[in-house]
Design a binder for this molecule. Sequence first.
Ligand code: UDP
Length: 465
Amino acid sequence: MTKHQGENRRYGKSQNLILTWCFFSYMDNGAKSVRFLSSFIILQKFRNPHGCKSETKRQKKKRDDILAEFVYNRGSVSEMKTEKTKETGEQKMKAYDYVVVGAGLYGAVFAREAVKKGKKVLVIDKRPNIAGNVYTEQMEGIHVHKYGAHIFHTNNKKVWDYVTSFAEFNRFTNSPVANYKGELYSLPFNMYTFNKMWGVVTPEEAAAKIEEQRQAAGITEPKNLEEQAISLVGTDIYEKLIKGYTQKQWGRPCTELPSFIIRRLPVRLTFDNNYFNAWYQGIPVGGYTKMVANMLEGIEVELGVDYLEKKEYYDSLGEKIVYTGPIDAYFAYELGTLEYRSVRFETEVLDKPNFQGNAAVNYTDAETPWTRIIEHKWFEFGKDENGQELPKTVISREYSSEWKPGDEPYYPVNDEKNGKLYEEYKKLAEKENDVIFGGRLGEYKYYDMDAVIAAALDMSERELG
Ligand code: UDP
């Protein structure tokens, strides 16, 4: 056993690893990246006394082959490391040019770009899986968005060309339905919504209704989310489709939230239920995990390792660190904790083919405890990879909560108070030599996936030339 494997041994005994292994084994047999990633996971599986019960002989042979490959790969990496960490003249060389902390989109894109430039890269992640919050896992032949629904959309051609070089995308268009106490409305706010809400038929009638409600509320310059929402769509829509949902999602009244959050949603005087104003949109065929595995192909990845717990060790391995975890956690919360919203999912397999007839249904009243229900199969039109109908369905109820240490942080709360604290952390980050902070958590920014990829590509260009 190499030293490096020894370091790993203390980590990641979660049974999720077994599930993850089953998942990866099920994925594309020929994908080298998947084999390579599986090898890390498998090693951890061997440490776990509970095996994958349903393993067949063929799977066992495949597992043994993968393990052999793993030992070979890790052995050679370890030799390289010993040789390179020897004193070479005055300078001590480190084993990697970059240690990337976090195998989510930012980390995977940076790692890919660095490797393209001939750099040596190690990617680590404390979860037992790659792909961060875009991770998808197979259940009943369905790619389940384990950390919440992700619909890729962008107007950035460069980003679209980039992602489509790692995955084929389907033509999914996000059209959520709002359920307000049993009344169903189309989202985003468009002529279908206005017709159902007010019975208006023409765009002029809809615009007049919104204007009438805006004037009655007396809003000229919106100062918070509530005022912004009313001035965009009027009081009725605010009360039924925005107020309850937003307060559940953010745990704060709309009067205390920044207006930009609601401006994420389009308002249209056309019959168009497309949630995004994006030229390009879709879901990667085979799931996001496969796409990120393709980004990480041939790159060393260690899963189930916590950088902040072993900071000194990982810092000694890399000339530079690319850190995509929470910025306040990096500094041991020395200036105080930034606020995040966390999300909890209750996922169920249902023995029926269709639960709600749509990928996303938002529960916009204040009383229903969940914010939305995702029915994952509709991201892929209810079909498996061979185009067959699926007899079962998988749904996830999403509950929003205030983040506390130990929870997964999902959404930065980009209000004034947190914005100021982040600026203080940013000053500390700027003084941190040889560390690049990036991504939704590293930059404390409510980034969409395409913006994260664009930011990682920009950083790569600046850093790598
Ligand atoms: N929102 C709402 N009602 C809805 C959906 C969204 O009021 O049915 C508001 C809510 O404040 C939310 C914001 O719009 O935080 C942005 O929604 P989006 O769907 O972009 O949030 P995400 O998908 O990132 O959770």
